[in-house]
Design a protein around this ligand. Structure first.
Ligand SMILES: [Zn+2]
Length: 153
């Protein structure tokens, strides 16, 4: 799991627990006091609760399903902004966490870059590669044919 994915997971777990806990306390307090203000706020509280859950689930799906880390980063920061629009100042911890996760995703190297770095053509000091007897090119450990001259290794 990538760092930004771990961070998103933590953000989402916190983002789901806090509103659920808030709603629970809200219902609990109302059931003790017994004042029928519950009906007045229930609609709005439920709507915000659903909105928070939707934003967090969206963030989770983005972080784990989309491979392009640039898109993930921007989308995660977008989730933070959406959270702020939904619950304003209560969302500041979530907003900060989402922005950090987004920045981590933006800093993450793309898989294609990693593949390039691992390619023996770009890294002649690779330890577990195999040298071609024909042209001395470095090849991946389990290569059957040389990537440079095509000879069987
Ligand atoms: Zn070769």
């Amino acid at each position: 799991m990538k760092t930004y994915q771990k961070f998103t997971l933590i953000t989402v777990i916190l983002g789901l627990i806090i509103p659920l806990l808030g709603l629970f306390i809200y219902f609990f307090v109302n059931s003790i006091i017994g004042i029928p203000i519950l009906g007045l706020f229930l609609g709005g509280a439920l709507l915000i609760g659903i909105l928070i859950i939707a934003i967090n689930v969206a963030g989770l799906v983005v972080a784990f399903k989309i491979k392009n880390t640039k898109i993930v980063g921007i989308a995660l920061i977008g989730c933070g902004a959406a959270l702020f629009l939904a619950v304003q100042f209560l969302a500041i911890p979530g907003l900060i966490l989402f922005v950090i996760a987004g920045i981590l995703a933006l800093k993450e190297k793309n898989p294609s870059y990693n593949l390039k770095e691992r390619n023996p053509e770009y890294d002649s000091t690779q330890e577990d590669g195999v040298v071609c007897l024909n042209c001395q090119a470095m090849n991946l450990k389990n290569s059957i044919f040389c990537n440079k001259c095509g000879q069987k290794i």
